[in-house]
Design a protein around this ligand. Structure first.
Ligand code: NAD
Ligand code: G6P
Ligand code: MN
Length: 449
């Protein structure tokens, strides 16, 4: 029987125990001989690995487990790498959210200035990870990447390491489909969706069950409840926090105005930045909710497990863990299963640039994702996407060229900003906060306004 060696980069992530449970549930499809945990923060990782090992022990004692901060030990001869790094950890996420909010601009992890700031931190560590993997892993190794901001990471990788075997994925489409299937009373696997866009910036255009488009039915439900089941507890517990409930409800606001397609929930930040700011708590953002919730509970569970031998949380898998394993099984076994992932456009959407990293249905083969032809998209959506794409592409240029001007262009083009003046003020504060992480950005222009 063929077995695989798999490494998790960002082993200290709060998602690690859930992903490990998902891997364990699928050992028949993806038999593992080794599981390696790699992180630059060994102390954090070692706590998380205690939980991961407890999960593994419920299934098997035949997997060799390695925990390391040494990239060679982590990646030597591996078949797959799961990447889930948060560069700067929650401390920097909190600033990504709070600094823009202090200027009355959207404060979010992956959208608006917070996402741009996180992108400026993540591109070079991601490239470094790719280089480690290329140096030590099997030549056939695939990196399946969740590290955010996935859209900007995908563009950075496309530009700086065009031949790398990286597949960038996001759980938001599957999470949205989870809600859709609960509303329709079918299994998520029964849905076949059509979708186009960039990561965290796209639309579902068809939601088919047995060949019948059920989007009209979902639209009627959304007009009343948003993209939520009447019984919220049916939703995955990760998305049961109040901020996520609000996000799924806000789909209604978008569809009241633009009813054609079902938007990715993250589009709320671009359609209604003013409303989002008005309804945000500037002192207590999602980073605080996560630190006080998921992170705290993980470390308490580990402490309690060490004291009592009882694992209080089962680390329920959810779509997040299921999806990364699904994609990997399809890569490993050349199953050509159809999933929404990020891929270079190359004519898939003819009225978007060929070199855009788009999120569309792809067949996942052992050679990588093969996009399904989407066709031309309406001018409105094309225009919105082009503006966001330009912001992200220019940001990557700012990173590679060390250009303040380009960073300012990228911020100004982002639809969350009311003016270049506000974009500059937020950028300047973020430069200060990210001194340890960002490349130096050189100014070439005169101070204005
Ligand atoms: P977390 O802070 O709990 O974990 C991230 C880990 O990454 C930390 O242990 C940190 O030390 C480590 N890390 C940072 N820089 C690193 C580097 N250069 N090399 C190796 N490890 C490094 O964060 P989390 O909330 O669990 O999220 C983990 C990641 O997954 C984030 O990037 C998050 O945005 C992403 N995520 C993406 C999706 C998606 O849909 N694409 C979904 C959920 C989470
Ligand atoms: C969704 C998105 C991810 C994002 C995550 C944040 O799953 O697809 O890209 O990282 O939400 O979740 P959190 O619970 O950390 O706010
Ligand atoms: Mn995502």
């Amino acid at each position: 029987m063929k077995t695989y060696k798999l490494a998790i980069a960002g082993g200290g992530s709060t998602y690690t125990p859930g992903i490990v449970r998902s891997l364990m549930d699928r050992l028949e499809d993806l038999p593992l001989s080794e599981l390696r945990f790699y992180d630059i923060d060994g102390e954090r990782q070692s706590k998380v690995v205690i939980a991961a090992k407890a999960v593994i022990s419920e299934y098997t004692d035949r997997i060799n487990i390695v925990e390391t901060t040494d990239p060679q030990v982590a990646f030597d001869d591996v078949d797959f790498v799961f990447a889930q790094m948060r560069v700067g950890k929650y401390a920097m996420r909190e600033l990504d959210e709070k600094i823009p909010l202090s200027h009355n601009v959207v404060g979010q992890e992956t959208c608006g200035p917070g996402g741009l700031a996180y992108g400026l931190r993540t591109i070079f560590p991601m490239v470094e990870l790719i280089d480690f993997v290329e140096k030590y892993a099997k030549p056939s190794c695939w990196i399946v990447n969740y590290s955010n901001p996935a859209s900007i990471v995908a563009e950075g990788v496309r530009k700086l390491r065009p031949h790398a075997r990286v597949i960038n994925i996001c759980d938001m489409p599957v999470a949205t489909m989870r809600n859709m299937s609960a509303i329709l009373g079918v299994e998520r696997e029964e849905l076949e969706v059509d979708y186009f866009g960039l990561n965290h910036f796209g639309w579902f255009t068809k939601v088919k069950v047995d060949g019948v488009d059920r989007l009209p039915e979902l639209r009627e439900h959304i007009y009343q409840y948003g993209l939520l089941t009447e019984d919220v507890s049916k939703i995955d517990y990760r998305h049961a926090d109040s901020s996520w409930i609000k996000t799924f409800k806000n789909i209604k606001l978008i569809m009241d105005y633009f009813p054609d397609y079902i938007p990715n929930p993250y589009l709320q930040y671009y359609f209604f930045p003013d409303y989002i700011v008005e309804t945000s708590n500037k002192e207590y953002t999602r980073a605080n909710e996560v630190m006080d919730g998921r992170e705290k509970s993980l470390f308490e569970t580990v402490k309690n497990y060490e004291e009592t031998g009882v694992l209080a949380d089962e680390f329920h898998v959810g779509v997040h863990g299921i999806f990364i394993v699904d994609v990997t099984v399809s890569l490993a076994k050349n199953l050509a299963k159809r999933y929404l992932v990020m891929v270079e456009n190359n004519g898939t959407i003819p009225n978007l640039p060929a070199n855009a990293m788009v999120e569309v249905p792809c067949l996942i083969t052992s050679k990588g994702p093969v996009p399904e032809y989407v066709g031309e998209i309406p001018y409105f959506h094309q225009a919105m996407i082009e503006q966001q794409l330009a912001s992200e592409k220019i940001l990557v240029e700012a990173i590679t060229e060390g250009s303040y001007e380009k960073a300012l262009q990228a911020f100004t083009l982002n639809k969350t900003f009311p003016s270049a003046r506000v974009a500059k003020a937020v950028l300047d504060d973020l430069i200060e906060a990210n001194k340890e992480y960002w490349p130096t950005l050189n100014k070439k222009y005169k101070e204005g306004v």
